[in-house]
Design a binder for this molecule. Structure first.
Ligand code: URA
Length: 207
């Protein structure tokens, strides 16, 4: 599907299978999710632009490259926290914003309970981190908010997506590339992804 990259790296597929496994306890789940996130961001940052610069090695001056724009990571609370550390290992100089969204159990609608974003969003390459793209409600609310606040270059990093969620994001934000590790079959009547991995926040934190 256009705009959607399913990252099929063998290590990601191996770890994702362990994340799906209901026997995987929170401690192990956190470690695996962090590793997958680091592997995924390697791919998701491939198209970041660099500009030329000069650098002095101990022996001479030569050409080098620096990222053209600052990177901003925005995990959607709380499951997005599970991917944050892994991504920061690869981009330690990134700034971090937060969006707290809760999903109303009856309507499945997303509502904000927290926001912290830096000034000057237009200058950033923004990575929205939302492990589960189910109905798309939270991702859409977060993307709407980021765009309204001025973000111009946003990518969505997601672990498991449902076709419904992908369609919803593509329809409303066709300019936002989606990076995911798997597109699963469908949603159940409670808005959970099947086969999925359950509630990512619960699996991460055990609560
Ligand atoms: N959020 C989750 O954590 N899991 C799902 O399956 C759907 C939404």
């Amino acid at each position: 599907m256009r705009g959607v990259t399913v990252i099929r790296h063998p290590l990601i597929r191996h770890n994702l299978t362990r994340l799906r496994d209901r026997r995987t306890a929170p401690q192990e789940f956190r470690r695996l999710l962090g590793e997958v996130a680091a592997l995924m961001v390697y791919e998701a940052t491939r198209s970041l632009r660099v500009r030329r610069c000069r650098v002095h090695t101990p022996l001479e001056e030569t050409e080098g490259f620096v990222l053209e724009r600052e990177v901003l990571l925005v995990p959607v609370l709380r499951a997005g926290l599970g991917m944050l550390e892994g991504i920061l290992q690869l981009i330690p100089h990134a700034r971090v914003g937060f969006l707290g969204l809760r999903r109303e159990e009856t309507t499945l609608r997303a509502s904000f309970y927290h926001e912290s974003l830096p000034e000057g969003l237009p200058r950033f390459e923004v990575f929205l981190i939302a492990p589960m793209l189910a109905t798309g409600g939270s991702a859409l609310a977060a993307l709407d908010r980021l765009c309204e606040a001025g973000a111009r270059r946003v990518r969505l990093i997601n672990l498991v997506a449902a076709p419904e969620g992908i369609r919803a994001v593509r329809r409303r934000h066709p300019q936002v590339p989606i990076f995911t590790a798997a597109v699963d079959r469908q949603l159940n009547e409670r808005g959970y992804i099947l086969p999925g991995l359950g509630d990512a926040g619960d699996r991460l934190f055990g609560t």
